[in-house]
Design a protein around this ligand. Sequence first.
Ligand code: 5RP
Length: 223
Amino acid sequence: MGAEEEKRLAAAHAVALVEAGMTVGLGTGSTAAHAIRALGKRVREGLAVRGVPTSEASAVLARTESIPLVDLNEAERVHLAIDGADEVDRRKRCITGGGGALLREKIVASAADRLVLVVDSGKTVETLGAFPLPVEVIPFAREQVRREMLALGASVQMRAGPEGAFVTDEGNHILDCRFGMIGDASGLAARLDAFPGIVEHGLFIDMADDVIVGRGDTACFME
Ligand code: 5RP
């Protein structure tokens, strides 16, 4: 089985957790897109749920799939969020934001009663850090933050978009920062949280309740 099928299996496993009446956080990326399509199928079969999309792209897909959407500001509660990730370790910590939606993803994840990450088996790692850590910055502060990241020992690449800098749904830029293997992920997250100009970063620490891994022709919860 290829990675795409593993993503689909993991996403389907997570969507099976959705119950009638839930407000569901809809993640971003190719794995989350599998979940949105699987949820759309259930909605068209009669399941009454609402989705809170974490990106404009996921909102477009959810509308195509006939999933009723609600703005986070209007949702009193998010029962369950389903999202992908770029790397996950055994403590269910992850790097996310490869698709550039980390800010809204983290906000919806933190609002949710339960965050379920869905990944293919190639995303599970012993130590986070092979995947560059996306750091979302206010454009005004981009070069200042770049210098701070270099001083922390990272190599830094500004993410490019179709016309110059990649611009997030919230109008910010992304610096992809390679810190090497991140021995102290919690410590790094805390340091990044403290920098003025950084809006958010892709380290999710103590946020995921469950990780569902697609492996071969099956998917199961990470122990
Ligand atoms: C989007 C993300 C994605 O969840 C992450 O990049 C995983 O993407 P994919 O499922 O396509 O591998 O963080 O901002």
